[in-house]
Ligand binder design. Structure first.
Ligand code: UN1
Length: 506
């Protein structure tokens, strides 16, 4: 087995698959970061069975001790932050400062939950009858299957895995193949830092279709009790249907077509900065990335001019350097960017060179080896309207739409029109605008004078509509995903007191 070979780990033991693929460095495609041994459906089902066997033992560990395990994981991740961030940069091309921020997000998540092991409060509840007391308890759900994307290869998995473990669940994790080396490092730090017994945290590398087939098998066998999924709305629908058929629930965090409204009273410097970061930071490959900037007609020309100028002078290049944007995450996303370019219509005005950065299509100030990486030009498309694919659908790449509005009602209508509902921003100096926007926008997360991306981990994270099924990750809200309420009534009257029938009268 070469050092680069990443295999599934079930019950603490490596399990080789049937086919090997590679995960290249998107900034230097000849640098192979990992070879991944891909498993088939049965391996996923085996991993779920292993997690199911390990679960009662893990749930029997007192919650405060599990909280301490989370604290140790956080410390170990923190002391390995630079190494892990460098690997994130190497494997998915995320600029190093952002990668370090992402690792910080894992540590923050551990910080949020480490003390929760000493709470996980239930309630005492008054009874309608004398000599009887009522209580509620939070029980672990059981086994959680976690399927995550590779654009946030450590932060987003931690949003599921940390609370799942803290609450006494065991986990089967299927990370994205193109972030395999990062997920192996993450898994090692978690198992070692937390001293997790075999089977408590399994990881399976498989292609989406195989993982889904394995998930179906596991749901049928009763070895998966909860699914956490971050990815596309299309796959989210399938996972939701699959879990529903087996009377289980999924926490679905899907895409976004996130609007940023520039009102007449907006501070344009701030709005442009926010649009630049959320539109093109991470190459537009966040679920919280900016989809469409919606500028008031009185500010549209100036906003567009400044936004295009900011994008033109932004640094793109080697993600180990100080750049706004590195390469695309992997080939699949690069191909999709090319497809999105085909969505530009004759009534749109395009700013920026469409396509790959090459010696024939160079970019001023480019700071990398263009020929060696998946580098693409950022593009702004003005004049997008409802009904245009570029307005209605998520692009998940460095292509941002711009449009105009006349009055506040139209701004809200445009912001809600694509039917996603993850994150939405408004730039305004008028508190009434900010409050009305908050109230009328369909998004789960609203920002005032801040970009659409960059949520903090102790607030509820999640969306509505095509962005998810209303589940919320992060903060203490996620505990409702990974525990189930149990009630208990205790009658010490010495007789049968019948609820609703033997209620005491005044
Ligand atoms: C994602 O792209 O799936 O709020 C998550 C943000 C990040 C997380 C993005 N903290 O932009």
């Amino acid at each position: 087995m070469t050092d680069k070979l990443v295999t599934s780990i079930i019950d603490g033991k490596p399990v080789e698959g049937t086919r090997t693929i590679t995960s290249p460095n998107p900034a230097h495609l000849d640098d192979t970061v990992a070879e991944i041994s891909l498993a088939q459906a049965q391996t996923f089902a085996d991993a779920a069975a292993s997690a199911k066997r390990a679960q009662p033992g893990w749930a029997a560990v007192p919650a405060p001790v599990r909280g301490r395990a989370i604290a140790h994981i956080g410390r170990l991740v923190e002391s390995n932050a630079e190494r892990l961030a460098a690997l994130v940069t190497r494997e998915i091309g995320k600029p190093y400062v952002e990668a370090l921020g992402e690792v910080r997000e894992v540590v923050d998540t551990c910080d949020v939950f480490l003390g929760e092991g000493r709470r996980l409060y239930g309630q005492t509840v008054p009874s309608e009858m004398p000599d009887k007391q009522l209580f509620t308890f939070r029980n672990p759900v059981g086994t959680a299957a976690v399927i995550t994307a590779g654009n946030f290869p450590v932060a987003v998995p931690s949003w599921y895995i940390v609370p799942a473990l803290l609450c006494g669940n065991t986990v089967v994790w299927k990370p994205a193949e193109y972030s395999a080396a990062v997920s192996r490092a993450f898994h090692e730090l978690f198992v070692r830092g937390g001293g997790l017994p075999p089977g408590v945290f399994n990881v399976v590398y498989a292609e989406g279709a195989d993982a889904q087939a394995g998930l179906e098998q596991a749901l049928g066998a009763g070895t998966v009790d909860k699914v956490g999924f971050t990815g596309s709305p299309e796959v989210g629908r399938e996972i939701g249907a699959l879990t529903g058929r087996h009377l289980q629930t999924a926490c679905l965090e899907l895409g976004g077509k996130n609007p940023l409204v520039v009102t007449p009273s907006a501070d344009l410097d701030l709005a442009v900065e926010g649009a630049l970061f959320s539109g093109f930071g991470t190459g537009g490959q966040r679920c919280t990335s900016l989809g469409t900037a919606i500028a008031h007609e009185s500010r549209h020309a100036e906003f567009l001019e400044r936004f295009t100028a900011a994008v033109e002078s932004a640094t793109i290049g080697d993600p180990t350097g100080d750049v706004l944007m590195g390469p695309m995450l992997d080939e699949k996303f690069a191909r999709r960017y090319e497809e999105f370019l085909g969505w530009i219509e004759p009534h749109h005005t395009r700013y920026g060179t469409p396509g790959r950065i090459t010696s024939e299509q160079p970019r001023d100030g480019f700071a990398g080896e263009a020929a060696e990486g998946l580098y693409y030009h950022p593009v702004i498309v003005d004049g997008v309207r409802p009904g245009d694919r570029l307005f209605d659908q998520e692009t998940f790449g460095p292509i941002v739409g711009v449009t105009t509005y006349r009055d506040f009602d139209e701004a809200i209508e445009l912001a809600n029109a694509p039917g996603y509902g993850l994150s939405a921003s408004i730039y305004t100096s008028d508190p009434a605008d900010a409050l009305a926007f908050r109230e009328r926008i369909g998004a789960g997360m609203v920002s005032v004078n801040n970009s659409t991306s960059g949520a903090e981990v102790h607030l509820p994270f999640g969306g509505n509509g095509k962005s998810g099924n209303g589940s919320r990750l992060s903060g203490l809200w996620v505990i409702d995903q990974f525990t189930r309420w149990q009630s208990m009534n205790w009658d010490y009257s010495g007789k049968l007191q019948k609820a609703q029938m033997d209620v005491a009268e005044l």
